[in-house]
Design a protein around this ligand. Structure first.
Ligand code: AMP
Ligand code: MG
Length: 342
């Protein structure tokens, strides 16, 4: 009899535990100047920890929040930083060194001058632009222990990578919380973790730059981080011309190369986020070259002539939404080989 009661109690316990771990928790909040929404399976307390982490990182990495590490660094030209700010700066400097003409966190004085921080939009004159260009060079940032120092007049902005870093941090939290799966939309940077309760692939919409609330297509994929950069996220118009918040570090001017949006998929959040910005600046041809010489990520690049470039690793996982008629061009390794032929 005792044995039977024990077995029944065990069954009840197992059923109760699996009911808890299969539950869905959701949260939505504002951080890093954007709205974030979380959906987590199999862990009841992960959402709270994820939200706390997002706010904590926002407080450390924001260039405008008066107590943040980045604000102190930019104000004083030198500062001892928290582990988060330090490790993200180091990684950002490494990535910038590899693709400096396209991705450089020291574009911040130019981002401010164009008005993308305070909303006081205007087109700087050529003299100002030349002065701004002279301040852009990530190799002038010095890291010594936990202290980072900048050249006089220089300032930095981790806006191009902060959400990717948060995605990587969230992955650790989900793992430690024993979550079985999650879809975290961190303001357009999306972390896909584990698996959905029904085991099907994640399906992520890619925003239509002409109508960012809608999607021009869908990507089916497993775990990873999807980051999108688009001029539509922040821009102003003057004399019929659009000026966007992604700048060319070599000119200090908004990028104007025909790229409308770039979506990058990789396992690494900081890499996805940095590359979405960098490939946007590169434009279609150089982006393809970069991918061919690295291949540790995939991307979708939409240009204003209606061409949609998709790397071969995700080409079969992408579906164009109804009503869109882009010319889809698969970027493959073979093209490079073919081009090299006499
Ligand atoms: P994202 O939306 O990830 O492409 O990041 C864009 C943000 O990064 C901008 O709002 C700027 O603050 C900053 N930024 C703009 N251009 C660059 C660039 N070429 N390299 C690094 N950061 C940039
Ligand atoms: Mg980015």
């Amino acid at each position: 009899m005792k044995k039977r009661i024990c077995i029944i109690l065990c069954i009840i316990l197992i059923v109760t535990l699996s009911a808890c771990t299969c539950g869905t928790s959701e949260a939505s909040f504002q951080a890093m100047d954007t709205v974030m929404s979380l959906k987590v399976w199999g862990s009841s307390d992960a959402c709270e920890k994820l939200e706390d982490r997002a706010h904590a990182l926002d407080e450390r990495l924001s260039p405008t929040c008066a107590d943040s590490d980045i604000y102190r660094l930019n104000e004083n030209g030198s500062a001892a930083l928290s582990d988060d700010a330090l490790s993200l700066i180091k990684r950002t400097l490494e990535l910038s060194a590899q693709m400096k003409a396209y991705f450089d966190p020291t574009v911040y004085p130019a981002v401010c001058e164009w008005g993308f921080i305070d909303g006081n939009y205007h087109v700087p004159d050529d003299e100002w632009l030349a002065a701004l260009v002279s301040l852009i060079d990530s190799s002038d940032v010095v890291v010594d222990g936990d202290t980072v120092s900048l050249k006089s007049g220089m300032s930095i902005d981790l806006g191009a990578v902060a959400k990717g870093y948060l995605a990587d941090e969230c992955r650790e939290i989900l793992y430690d919380s024993n979550a079985s799966g999650a879809v975290l939309n961190l303001g357009g940077t999306i972390l896909l973790y584990g698996s959905k309760p029904d085991g099907s692939d994640f399906k992520v919409g890619v925003a239509d730059p002409e109508n960012p609330a809608g999607y021009f297509g869908y990507l089916s994929c497993s775990e990873g981080v999807i980051a999108t950069s688009g001029g539509y996220e922040r821009f102003f118009e003057q004399d019929g011309k659009r000026y966007i918040h992604i700048l060319d570090p070599t000119t200090a001017k908004p990028v104007d190369n025909g790229t409308l949006s770039v979506t990058v998929f990789s396992r690494d959040g900081v890499l996805s986020d940095a590359l979405s910005t960098a490939l946007f600046v590169m434009g279609a041809d150089k982006a393809a070259e970069h991918w061919r010489s690295h291949r540790n990520y995939d991307y979708i690049l939409l240009s204003d002539d209606g061409k949609l470039f998709i790397t071969e690793g995700i080409a079969d996982s992408f579906t164009l939404a109804d009503g869109y008629h882009f010319e889809i061009i698969t970027v493959s390794q073979e093209d490079a080989y073919a081009k090299k032929q006499p």
